[in-house]
Design a protein around this ligand. Sequence first.
Ligand code: ADP
Length: 848
Amino acid sequence: SAIQIPSRLPLLLTHEGVLLPGSTMRTSVDSPRNMQLVRSRLLKGTSLRSTIIGVIPNTSDPTSDCDDLPSLHRIGTAALAVQVVGSNWPKPHYTLLVTGLCRFQILQLLKEKPYPVAEVEQLDRLEQFTNQHKSEEELGELSEQFYKYAVQLVEMLDMSVPAVAKLRRLLDNLPREALPDILTSIIRTSNQEKLQILDAVRLEERFKMTIPLLVRQIEGLKLLQKTRKPKQDDDKRVVAIRPNRRINHIPSTTEDDDEEEDHDDVVMLEKKIRTSSMSEQALRVCIKEIKRLKKMPQSMPEYALTRNYLELMVELPWNKSTKDRLEIRAARILLDNDHYAMEKLKKRVLEYLAVRQLKNNLKGPILCFVGPPGVGKTSVGRSIAKTLGREFHRIALGGVCDQSDIRGHRRTYVGSMPGRIINGLKTVGVNNPVFLLDEVDKLGKSLQGDPAAALLEVLDPEQNHSFTDHYLNVAFDLSQVLFIATANTTATIPPALLDRMEIIQVPGYTQEEKIEIAHRHLIPKQLEQHGLTPQQIQIPQVTTLDIITRYTREAGVRSLDRKLGAICRAVAVKVAEGQHKETKPDRAEVGEGEDCKEHVTEDAKPESISDTADLALPPEMPILIDFHALKDILGPPMYETEVSERLSQPGVAIGLAWTPLGGEIMFVEASRMDGEGQLTLTGQLGDVMKESAHLAISWLRSNAKRYQLTNASGSFDLLDNTDIHLHFPAGAVTKDGPSAGVTIVTCLASLFSGRLVCSDVAMTGEITLRGLVLPVGGIKDKVLAAHRAGLKRIIIPQRNEKDLEEIAVNVRQDLTFVLAGCLDEVLNAAFDGGFAAKPRVERLNSKL
Ligand code: ADP
């Protein structure tokens, strides 16, 4: 069963290194004989047999080709050539990878050139691996002893190195007779020693000779480990040094102090962790981490990372909450005190709070306040926290486009940190705060994932009791947190998110509401912020109205607030300068302000503040802000007579538009010129708006005769030799939506009839080709905008009548509403004296 090597072997003559059976060696081949062997035997041969060669060690270095064959060592190793690598640099040579198989002895040299070939006799048995156990029976004490040394040697090495572990396995698995050769080639031995081993043909002899080599290696290793010892301990210094130092009483340096402090910190940290009320899962993780931390040298970057993590875990309010003091009556008063108007919102909030009072762990919907900026969405959120006696935390989501902003980074990143939710909890220090998610409609989306999707988990009452931040990596219960969201529009909130929230619309304010808000809340707040008292400044209601109508045009009160701030600043300068002046208020203007009457001075000259610089008045006289003062501080009014100016020529009409910032009035202008019937639209219009324009023109063309509309040359075909240009000013803003339909019709009707549209009329409504007026959205905001702009008559679609109920009575009183079902009614209402259609004969036809 033993494997036989060929009886004739080509010989590779090596002069350095000794190949032993069972080991592998790389040898460089550059002598002519060896090169020949490689070329004609290894590279040309095709069978496995041709890759077996005899390696003869210890030949003297052959210098030239003509040399006779040197004397050869008698014993060599039969080897398998595993790899041949050729190179031409610095001179042609091959590198051979050979694995030793067994010993052989040269019986007779058969030929010398081009490379030597010899008849050989195999000296070692080459067993098949299946038979390996047989040999174990023949093992003597010697091999047993050898085996022990070998194991001892291997165990002194670092077992974590894969090669060492493999060697350990090999020791058990290889036939023992193979071990001496293999170990000799592994341990540190000289060529001479190896040669001796090679020559030791008898197994017993081989064992005998290898044992001293092993022992020498073991002793050497022992010595090495002794000298290395202190160095290895370096790594463990952090842990080990402390007890020693305490015993030795070595005076500690500052560095040591730090270390000690750190150590104490870690102990403290551990104590805190064990006494904290975190969840079981979190506790388990923390204890594991602190164990790691103790073993870690401080210089490791992970040390700081782990410590930060543990500190956060300790700080988080796992079980700490404030007690809700909820009394609905008090809440109502508080909400009323903080906010004027917004009845619908306050009602819904109170309902929500009442249910919470009755059922403590309410898994209710998340409230989402939607409305223009500055209508008090954020401040209502703050008031809710105040009524509940809870902590308040605002999380601004505008522009957030990375989901790890919500859910944190994994701790594997450098600079990783928890998301905003967990951060917020850490900041407020309790687990039941009011979280205001501001501007949810402005969440972005990017390659780093969709933050809206991450928010879903936070906001879903069914899931958020086990919210897992990537940084914490353990679940945190968010179910006690009261989430409130705010947005300007629902259009850009992802539907899945919208689905989890209850939308409460917060429309803009009317002028009257704004005046009340200004006098009840904004002015007192501004005075306080500027260190002024009502004895120093008086802002009568007419002035506020002036600010609202002439200096601001907004749905909320933010810019009003800013203007009031500007006034307070200006007054603060005057007060600080000690130059208190008073302008004479025009009684007619100031009217109702009782305070004002008191301070009317004898000096009746109507002057602005700056004009009366020389008029020093006692400091207790308040500065009265009238229109002159207003102009002086805020500059000339920004919005004024625009409406009447614009309507001084045919081809202009006022429409009403809805934007996320509230309602707006919108002018539509049209002009015509000679041309080929082209329609030009400008002002950044969306597709729906362009369609409305085409619809309007088509309807007017088909009804031109009825209304006696003609083009410049008097023809009823309105586009005959005529181009029309429609423009929607404020071209920087994209406009879209169908509600401008009626306005475009009116504007074009005015253009072709040459009549002026009434300057106090505004309109909104979608049109159809048949001339019907369809309902549109945002009526309340639009009406408020028209009211703000001082318009009187408003044309809205008939089917929007129900929306008028939402509008405050005082606004409705100021306005006349025309409910139009078809375009005839719109045109009749838009022009003074109506827009008479010729009694039509073809009416019946069109009905067919
Ligand atoms: P939003 O969040 O809707 O953009 P804010 O809540 O920031 O608006 O409100 C802006 C300012 O207007 C705040 O100072 C707020 O107090 C004030 N405010 C808005 N509405 C009211 C109101 N109804 N009553 C009192 N103050 C209000």
